[in-house]
Design a binder for this molecule. Structure first.
Ligand code: IMP
Length: 181
């Protein structure tokens, strides 16, 4: 059991497990896009994907470009509001380019579904989704995670980019908050 600011945190995925899986995902992605001509565009969904993105992009052995999108998410609560809003957009067109979304976690899938719909109108050559985590118990609609790190139980997790009310993103592992100390 780890402690952070007086709270107990149960590690769900250790730093070592994450490092190993991110390397494997990088190899999978490198293989999947081995024949494309222009650099692959990785689009990180802020803010949760930042730590994953930083490690994943270094595990991909091919030319890439980095972009970020900002979307509204849970805010201060631990339940999805269902509302998705773009707060920061791409800096350049993606028409005829291969685009890979990088998400921290797919929970209800609402965020990914919204982003897919929005991106398709910009006519990329291909659009796929890479997520570090997925909670399997929810209905995902049309969202398919093409490159998945881990399937986790339906619990609220923190760390490695994931926050609770803006805090805990800097934990080097993914954990679940325990009881107060
Ligand atoms: P979805 O739209 O329900 O798939 O949720 C996507 C977003 O909700 C993620 O990018 C996270 O920002 C947030 N989220 C979902 N589950 C968790 C969690 O367990 N911990 C922290 N954030 C979460």
């Amino acid at each position: 059991m780890n402690r952070f600011k007086g709270k107990e945190i149960q590690a769900l995925l250790t730093k070592e497990q994450i490092e190993k899986r991110v390397k494997e995902l990088g190899a999978e992605i490198t293989h999947a896009y081995r024949d494309i001509k222009d650099p692959l565009i990785l689009v990180g969904v802020l803010k949760g994907s930042v730590l994953f993105m930083a490690d994943l992009c270094r595990a991909i052995d091919m030319p890439i470009e980095l972009e970020f999108m900002g979307v509204s998410s849970y805010g201060e609560a631990t339940k999805s509001s269902g509302a998705v809003q773009i707060t920061l957009d791409l800096t350049r067109p993606i028409e005829n380019r291969h685009v890979l979304f990088v998400e921290d976690i797919v929970d209800t899938g609402l965020t990914a579904k919204y982003l897919y719909g929005n991106m398709r109108t910009r006519e990329p050559a291909s659009l796929r989704l890479c997520s570090l985590l997925e909670k399997p118990s929810k209905s995902k609609g049309e969202v398919k995670v093409d490159f998945l790190g881990f399937t986790i139980p339906d619990e609220f997790v923190i760390g490695y980019g994931l926050d609770l009310a803006g805090v805990y993103r800097n934990l080097p592992y993914v954990g679940v908050l325990g009881s107060d100390v």
